[in-house]
Every structure is written in structure tokens, then in C-alpha cells.
Design a protein. Sequence first.
Lengths: 509, 360, 308
Amino acid sequence: MNDTGPLLAIDGVTKAYPGVVANDNVSFTIHPGKIHALLGENGAGKSTLVKMIYGLVRPDSGAMLMHGAPFAPASPSAARTAGVAMVFQHFSLFDALDVAENISLGMEHPPPRRTLAERIREVSEAYGLPLDPTRRVGDLSAGERQRIEIVRCLLQDPKLLIMDEPTSVLTPQEVEILFRTLRQLAAEGTSILYISHKLEEIRTLCDGATILRLGRVVAECIPAERSAGDLAEMMVGQTLKAPEHAGGSAGEVVLSVTGLSLDPTHAFGTRLRDVSFQVRAGEVLGIGGVAGNGQDELLAALSGETLAPIGAITVNGRDIGTSGPTARREIGVLTAPEERLGHAAAPDMSLTENAMLTGYQRKGLAKNGFLDWRRARSFAEEIIKTYDVRTPGPGKAARALSGGNLQKFVIGREILQEPLVLAVNQPTWGVDASAAAAIRQALLDLAGRGAAVVVISQDLDELMEISDRFSALNEGRLSPSRPTHDLSVEDIGLMLGGAHDMEVAHVSG
Amino acid sequence: MRLEKRPEPSRAWMVATPVLAVILTMIAGGVMFALLGKDPFVAIRTIFWDPLFNEQFAAYSRPQLLVKAAPLILIAIGLSLGFRAGVWNIGAEGQYIIGAICGAAVGLAFYPADLFIVFPLMVLAGALGGFLWAMIPGLLRVRFGTNEILVSLLLVYVAEQLVASMALGPLRNPEGGGFPGSRNLQQYSAASNGELIAGTGMHWGVVAAFISVIFAYILLNRHLTGFHIRLAGQSPRAARFGGVNPGRLVLFCMGVSGALAGLAGMFEVSGPAGQIGIDFNVGYGFTAIIVAFLGRLHPVGILLAGLLMALTYIGGELAQFMLGLPSASIQAFQGMLLFFLLAVDMLTNFRVRIGRGAKI
Amino acid sequence: MNLSAIDPVLLIASLMVAATPIILAAIGELVVEKSGVLNLGVEGMMITGAICGFGVAVESGSPVLGFALAAIGGAVLAMLFGLLTQVLLSNQVATGLALTLFGLGISALIGQSYRGISPPATTRLDMGPLSDLPVIGRILFSHDWMVYFALALVAVVWAFLKFTRGGLILRAVGENHEAAHALGYKVVRIRLMAIAFGGACAGLGGAYISLVRVPQWTDGMTAGAGWIALAIVVFASWRAGRVLLGAYLFGGITVLQLNLQAAGVPVPVEVLSMSPYLITIAVLVLMTSGRRGNSAPAMLGRLFHASS
């Protein structure tokens, strides 16, 4: 691979979906052995672009060239044959199958099972990504699951490796090791297309970057030469100011969780082990952790979807662990789960109905079980107005809203009920930057009015920005909390479990 | 052809799809009748028009419309609550049978006492019988996670055996000369569910059906329980988050649908059917499933669908009598209707695009 | 009552016959469910296969042709289900029910002119000296060829799911259709093939009832066999080998209760007749209550619509 021409050239590619142009005349090139970043907010068109390179979507117009020859994969299998491999953001894995079967499914010509198992061991050794081919995937952690995807790609000796937001499931230490692996691959001649919205990562890792906004290329740059602030401004198109703390001092302990242990509620869930924490009035507790370490289970325990043993969860000294969601809302314990569509909100129901979903007790929308739809509608309108939810009106179905707008609605719905305690999981996941900023500010304002706020998030920057204290969730265990202001990235990484069992790649070149 | 998800369900199509399905079924049914060697236009007219508007038959057929529609509506209303919540009680036929057995048993226990209380007690017994029979799959699902579809359906076969043994055993008419079948309740005035207004077909079952429609409408639109039913069906996790207890909801839906099916059976045995016989049940419990879907699981829709389906029964009999159309063809016709309905149903949630015209 | 009239050898031999339609229908449905589709229309496909097979066998005089057409009839009806659920994205539970209601109607319609006729006999497989073995020969080696075909089919399905790449892909689609799609597998096409296979198997099972087990045509003669086959898939925890076990269990109870009826045990006939259904329910409860982590394919009954 010593020619200097680009490996892949994207030339004026356009792809439109009904109501939205996902990619508008996008062009860029990737050279052999280079790590190229595709940077953009949620909804900027990154996913559509990589789906085209991977043969899942076909462009409406424009061309792609690989080694100068036209490249138009009709299917992922064609793309894999051409040397393209991809690590998906939401893993393309099968829980009930074992590691070897999963890897085999992603290969064009998988060898017989025994040979494959050997090769998996070899490759995972060589790149410091330990994997047991016989393990059932559903039992593995998020980090291990990502290794499967990476090993699956490496087994095919790809010319181009696409990585879609790979670090969201890794601790800072694991990110370091991943980066070393990627640099090693690049040094061996593999090109890497690295998709992310994390600016610091891109600055340290990538040789070049293409920045997308609303489907268009807005800039090309060498990321190491730019500041994170510059990159953010190019990506978002405006400067966002950091949220402001109201600056009140913390009051009495409101929410107290003591020695909470819970069995997982479904086959591949996480067990909560002896979780204890306290949150005071006016305080924000940030709970960090890599995906799948008990976040959903902890939120379900707080919301009342799973019940806790008596005494394990108290609010102002009163046991709430044994009551369901309805009784907790009456007391003032409100929550917002991670999944907006289908959990926090019913997708096919109107915003009015979704306002009714959690608001009927505290907002007096029901009397003797009979519902007052007029009041529900005005509650929905109040949420829409207060939190700047962009929608034609409360009659619209929840699924018609963009991620950011629906999230503002969901968080706003809980905040407007003036909770004593609010627990949210991934409040700004998949949300555009301005909506994220608005949501963070709203959470801080709520704490400023004296509520106890728990923010569970995988976005460490977010937690550093808004929480007073930080705890880490790792395999269902919660670390003791520490004040946020004297924590370094290193400390946080160690709290999150460090590098787990990942190792640095053994071979070089 | 490609399907594109609509940002929101289309209200226009929600109303239009049942109508479209009926039209398509008439066309396909016409083809089927033609294949059977009958004039399709005459057959369709005989089924859908003559029972209501042909002077010769209307006098008999019109009252029959309410008689046949009442059990269908009553059962379908109950089923629709469950179907909306994702609770699949498809054993209404069994609950209908058990309701009839219980109702008849209570009535016959008082025979020949002429007490006012007999009929109300029968109503209670019928509802309770259907309720308890439906509680079997309900409780098994809640307690053990057993699939309620299979259990409720298998219990239909059990109920059919039970009704046969009742007709031959405990409930057999002692004065019936050894023939299977109970006393005729129509001839026992305290237990009889007779016509309330002569010549209309109106009996207590029809009244109950209308009440159930109103009850379901208010429940679904105005009451928290109805809201939770809709929520649980559309989005089970959101329902749980909203405070719905899934087990309790399963029992509620199974219980209501069982009780209504039991009521339907009781009104049938004390009225139009008159007695418990070996082949007492004629498939109302299954046809009601079609009625529920044809009515889009909406109370008013079910009311209309029940009347339409009753019409196909009466018209089918008429066509059998007039044209020699086999009775099974009506069953196939009804099955076809459900197929077409399901096929066009996607128009409410999807747009159809022909070719690759992907430009907006 | 005369229990000595029940010959255990004959009982076990007829058990294998009684189980065959259930084996066929259940192994087909197992493949369908492994691909993540719940087709509740087994009863409808069976009864359609029963009448197709019966009609063709009577008209042509060839049971083999009858079975072949029964498989095609079942598959055609199944493709209707496939079209509705996979292409037009209708609800699988409702569509399966529609299939059953429609199948019962259409089969009764076709079957009118076939009432009271005897079909040509399905040949016994000549196994030479094996059939003459005492006891074993009678139980294992003296059946018609469909009994062995059904057993072979179970073995083939088992091997297909366990050892072949096709089987792996089928299971993958049933576990996570989004991921399978992302990897480039044609989810809808794979499922349609599974559905057609399931329909063909159900059709064969139905034809076995009308051509061998009964053998004549009556309306609704499958009498819930399709539903029992569905229950047996659950009982088998979606494993091919266990389908055999479940079907033999059910076949055993059916044959035993018929024998008890004939022997005149002092239990009402209706109670004996309902016992197979009651025992199926009991077994379902036992199977589902034991383990919380169930082994059903994760996508069972879920809608798939590729958004990209």
C-alpha cells in the first residue's frame, strides 16, 4: 500500500429521506493508513453517510471511489468483500449466541468453527482484546461486547475500518488502550473512519477531520491544530455557554439509599450490589459509569418499577422502596428513564396523553379515576411553552418529535411537577447541543429551588459540568461519592473500574 | 413498493380501512361465489341487501339482526379491551359456553318456581361462570407466565366437552324422553329471556350489548383504567413507568371479557337458543374476534361491525336457502374479511410509495 | 370395564401414529418461531392441508401426490400470512387467528363433496425382516412411510439449526433482527422462507390426519391439533429433539384415553376426551413456571421494518 492516492473518496453524495436531507453534497477523502474523523452533532448525517459506505443505504446522487475505481456496494456483504469493516454504535450482536457464532455471522467466508475459535484467540491476543469464543454474548459487559465487534472486523483484514462512537462504552483507561490499538492498525496500513462528537478524543487521535452540520460539510481541518472550542463552534454553529450553578448550599438529606441489592429483572440484566448514597436538598449527585453497569436497574429502583426491600430507599426518613411509581409520585419522587420513546413516553400517543402519563396525580388531572383531558392539554401546553419544545401542538404524537425536543418535553414534564427528588438517566443522550444545554440548565435550576437531583449519565463531561458530587457505577456497585471539583479524568477512570482486563497490544507492526 | 412510517397515525385511514376491507371482501367473495357457480351480484345482494330490504324476508330477518349481533357485540367489546392491552383472550367461545351452562343450571335449579329473582340470579351466574373460566388463563399468565393465548384456546375444547356432558348428564331434561339437551328455558317464564318489544328481536342481551358499548366508550376515553389499557398495549414499558400493574391489568381484561362472554352465553341459552344442547355453541366467540378487529377495537366501531357481521350470518342463511350457497362459504367470507382488514390496516401507520422516488 | 383389552404393544405402536401430525406441525412451527415469527395459524394450515391432501389423493388415487399438494396448500396459506405480517406489517397474533378462521371456512367449503369417502391407503414401508421382530418390529418397523418421514424431518431440522450456516443465520434473525439487518441479512426473505416451510409441514400434518389417522374427511377434523402443536413448541423450549418428546407424550395420552374409553372405564367419556387438552395446559404451566429466563427467540412476534 505505497500509492499516495486516497483509499476512499466521497464525491458530492446526497441522500434524502422524506422531510429531511440527511446528506447534502458531501465530499471528503480518506488516505491509506490515516485516521480520519467524522465530527458532528446528533442528526448531522454521520450515520447515514457511513451506512452508505457500508452498503446499507444507497445514495440518491454523487459517487464514491475506492482506489480510484467506482465503489457502490449494494449490500454490507459487498462492502465487506471490498475491505470495509464496521464497528456499530448500537452493537450488531446476538445475545443468545456465543462469541464465535457472533463473529462468524459478520464474516463473508467464515472458517470452520474450530479454526475460527483459534483465530479469534490469536487476534484478540495480538491486539490486547481478550475474548473467550465460547462465552454467551448476553452475559458479557459492554466493553467486552465491543471487543467482539472489533475482533470481528480485524479477522477480515479490513482496508477501511469504520468506528461509530466507539468510546461511549469505555472508561478513560480503556479508551487509551483502544487508541493504541487503532494507531497500531493505522501504522499497519489500515485506514480508520472515526465517528464521534467527542472533541478531545478527535484532537488526540485523528489525522484529519470532516465536520458535518445538518447534512453538509461545514469544515475540513487537522484537529490537532484546532482548539476544542473551535471544533465545537464549527460543529454546533454557535457558541454555547456553560450552564450556571445557582450556587445555593446543600440542605438536609432528602433521598437516602442504604445497602440496596436487587436481582436482575431480565435474563441479561445487571445485579445491583449493596448500593448506598444520599442526596441533599439543592444538590446534584452525578452517577457515572459505562453502559450496562446497572444504570437502568438503579433508575427502575428509584422510579418504583422494581420494588426494593423495606428501608432500602427513604425520602425524608420515610420508606418509599416498597411503593410503586404512582405512590412515589404522590410523595414527590419523579424520574425520567433513558429510553425516551417507549419508556419515558408512549410513541404513538399525543403529547397531551404523555403529559397525563406521569402528571395525573401531582397536577390534579384525574378525579376518582376520571380524567380531565382539558387540564392535561393545558399542562402539555405549559411544558411546551416553558421548555421551548418545537412542535405544532400538544395533539402531535410523541414519535413525531425530534430526539432533543421530546427529551425537553420529558424532562420538562417532571420538572414542572416540582419534585422533591428527581432522578434522570442519560438526560442528554442523542440530543443536539442546544437542547442538551437547556436540559442541563433546567436540572441545575431545579436543584437551585431546593430539589435533590440524581443524574445518571455515561457522558463524563456532562457530569463534571453539573454535579456537585460524583459516584461511579461499576458492575452494579456504586463507589463512595467525591466532590466533583477536585476530580481528575484519571481519578474518574479509576472509579469507573480502570481498564478492567484490557491489555496493551502485544505486537507492534 | 416501499412502506414509509408516517410521523403520526392517519385518522382518516383509521376510519376508511374497515370500509375498504369490506369492499375488497365483497369483490373477493364475489369471485369465490362465481367459482362456486353462483351469480356473484345476486349472491352479494342476497347476503347484504335482501335480509333488510326485501319485503319477503325483512319481516323475519330484521329482528334476527339484533338477535345475532347482541352476543357478537357483547363478546367483542370485552375482547377489544384485552386486545388493546396486549392480552390475547381467544377462548371467548369457551367462556360463552360456561356462562350458558352456569346460567342455565341456576335457572333449572329453581324450576318450576315462578320467582322474580330467578332471571337476575341467572345473569349473575352467567357472568360469574365466564369470569371464572377466563380467570384460569389469566391467573396462569400472571402467576406462572403461561401463554394465555394457548391456554384460553385449549379451554374451548374442554368447555365443548363439558357442555356435551351437561346436555347428556346433570342438565338433561328428565321429561325429554332420553334425548340429550336440557329443558327449554323459553317455556319457563321466570328464566326466559324473551323479546322485550315484539317484532324487534330486542331481548335483554341486546340491552346488555348496548350498555357494554357505552361502558367501554367511557372507560377507554374518560377513565384512568382505560387510559392504562391503551398505554399497556401500545407501550408496555411506558405503562409500567406510568404506574400500571401489568398483572392486575391482565386479570382485569381477562375478567371483563370472560364475564361479558359468559353473559352472552347466558342470554343466548335463556333466549334464542332456549336450551343447553350438545352443539350449543356456534362460533360466536371466534367471530367476535373478527368483529373486534373490524370495529378497530373501538366501541362504536364494534357496534357497527357486530351488526354487519350479524348481517352476513342472516344473509348467509338466506343465500343458503335461496341459492344453495354452502354455509361454509360464509365462514370463509368472514375469514377473508379479517384478512383484508389486516392487509389494509397498515395504511394508517405507513405511506405506500411506488418505485424508488425518494425525492421529498 | 376390561383393561386387559388394552395391548401395550399396540398402544405404543398407535402412539407413534397419533403423534405424527403433531410432530410435523410442531417442527415446522419451531422453525418459524426460531426465525422470530409467531404464526398462530397452524390449525388453519393443518385443516387446509387435510382437505387438499384428501381431495387430491381421492381424485388421483395417489396418497403421495395428496401429501405433496397438502404441503403446497399449507405453504400457500402460510405465504398469505407471510405477505401480511412481513410485507404489510400486520399484527402476527391477529393474522394467525385470521388464518385459522379462514382455513376452517375454506376447508369446509372444499370438503363438502368429500364427506363419507375413503381415501386410498398410504403404503406401509416394507422393512423386510425388521417388521417381523417381536414387539420392537410391531412398535417401530411396521408403520407407513410418513411416520419415518416425520422422524427424519425432525433430525434434519435439528442438524440444520445446530450445524449449518443457514441455521445460524435463521437463529440470528430470530434473536435480533435489527442486528441481522445491519450485517446485511435479508430478514424478511429469510422469515418468508421459514414461514413457507412451517406451512408446508402443517399441511403435511393435516393430511396425515385425513389420509391416515382417521381416515376420512369431516369439517374441523384437526380438532385443535394445531394449537397443541403450538403448545408443544413451548414445551420443547424451542429445541427440535424435545418436540419429539412432547408429541409422543401427547400422542400417548390421546391413544391411552381412547383405549380407556373403549375399555369402558367408569369415567365419563367427556372427561377422557378433554384430558389431552387439560394435560397440555398443565404441561405448559410446568414448563413456563420452572425457569424465569425463558429460551424463546428474543424477537418472537415482534414487527420488523427496516428504517434505512
